[in-house]
Design a protein around this ligand. Structure first.
Ligand code: PMP
Length: 378
């Protein structure tokens, strides 16, 4: 059988990884400024994490959601304490798309409405409602177009006010920082404005923190810079450091009903062990403050490339570098010559930097020097 060919591959096969580095079959070492798409939060193969997972696997890897699993309660407690959402409830699933799908469903169950407001440039996943709320028609099948989604420009207060006051909207979904779209940070005042409007119109406010959450921005959640509390917050990527796990943080006013949501694999023992290990390492190694510190350092230095870089956007270790030219070749050169992985975005002039939160200043300097070398040609 052949693989279903849907990915654009780099001709590199990593076979081993440690911290912020990856090794291929020939022993060539690569610096990871991509984090496997913002997934590697605490660093590759962290010894505390590998130990916690192997210990759990030897004890009990999986059982269904029809029995008590104290690891889920422990994970919810720890996540509540570290994120500042101790009074919220947690629903566990397996991916970012699933987290958003469940958040949208919950909102609709609650207020009985159907229309979703999402933003231009958004990415929320590839399942039914999540992909309908994703601003990319090429990945939506006709089947997905049965959802009613209104796409509005980011930071446009007039448009959101008009839409929410004129129509019955089920939910507004927004990324803490737009990732795939090329790293666009919503204005604090815009998030505060949506919060007020949603409260006024009984619309659910969903913050997709799948990519921007879990400390990447220098706060647990990027939206916490705006001092707001959404009704639903979705998480995945950095949550398991590579083990598939996602979740929805749910406002205490939303009451659960038996059977309303469910999953076979979500919240299994191994996934919870991964989730707990990640939070323990983030706390013990102060990785959220590290993300802010190294993020600020990178940002400051990247801005000094002035005329060669059109714009530097982002917060913490979620950085978008927009060039005045398409940057596919630049990315290739960083990878093939300087052995550094970076991320692309749907905007062909923008690369994304999403390194592990444990990155050091020394590694930041390696990247900055390499970029300096590559940019000499442009
Ligand atoms: N939301 C955001 C903001 C994302 O960046 C992504 C993945 N790129 C998703 C949702 C979907 O996550 P997954 O691929 O785990 O379904």
């Amino acid at each position: 059988m052949k693989l279903f060919d849907v990915y654009n591959l780099f001709q590199i096969e990593p076979v081993k990884a440690q911290g912020c580095y990856l090794w291929d079959r020939n022993g060539t070492v690569y610096l990871d400024f991509y984090g496997g798409h913002a997934v590697i939060s605490i660093g590759h193969s962290h010894p505390y994490y590998t130990h916690a997972l192997s210990k759990q696997l030897h004890r009990l890897g999986f059982y269904s959601n029809s029995v008590i699993n104290h690891l889920q309660t422990e994970l919810a407690e720890k996540l509540g304490q570290m994120s500042g959402y101790a009074n919220y409830q947690l629903f566990l699933c397996n991916s970012g798309a699933e987290a958003n799908e469940n958040a949208l469903k919950l909102a609709s169950f609650q207020n009985g409405r159907k229309k979703i407001v999402a933003f231009r440039g958004s990415f929320h996943g590839r399942t039914s409602a999540a992909v309908a709320a994703t601003d990319n028609p090429t990945i939506r099948a006709p089947l997905n177009n049965t959802h009613e989604v209104i796409f509005l420009p980011l930071n446009d207060r007039v448009a959101i006010e008009h839409t929410l006051l004129q129509q019955d909207i089920c939910a507004v979904i927004i990324e803490g920082i737009q990732g795939v779209g090329g790293v666009h940070v919503p204005e604090k005042g815009f998030l505060q404005f949506i919060r007020e409007l949603c409260t006024k119109t009984k619309t659910f406010f969903i913050l997709d923190e799948v990519q921007s959450g879990y400390g990447r921005s220098g706060k647990f959640f990027a939206h916490q810079y705006a001092n707001i509390q959404p009704d639903l917050i979705t998480v995945a990527k950095g949550m398991g450091n590579g083990f598939p796990i996602g979740g929805v943080l749910i406002h205490p006013n939303i009451k659960p009903m038996i059977g309303i949501l469910g999953t076979t694999f979500g919240g299994n023992h191994l996934a919870c062990a991964a989730g707990l290990a990640v939070l323990n390492v983030i706390e013990k190694e102060d990785l959220i403050n590290n993300a802010k510190r190294i993020g600020d350092y990178l940002m400051k230095n990247l801005k000094s490339f002035n005329h060669k870089v059109a714009e530097v956007r982002g917060i913490g270790l979620m950085i978008g570098l927009e060039f005045p030219f398409p940057c596919a070749d630049l990315r290739k050169e960083l990878l093939n010559k300087h052995k550094i992985f970076t991320g692309s975005s749907s905007n062909k002039n923008t690369i994304r930097l999403l390194p592990p939160l444990s990155i050091t200043q020394k590694e930041a300097d390696i990247f900055l020097n390499a970029l300096d070398q590559v940019l000499k040609k442009y």
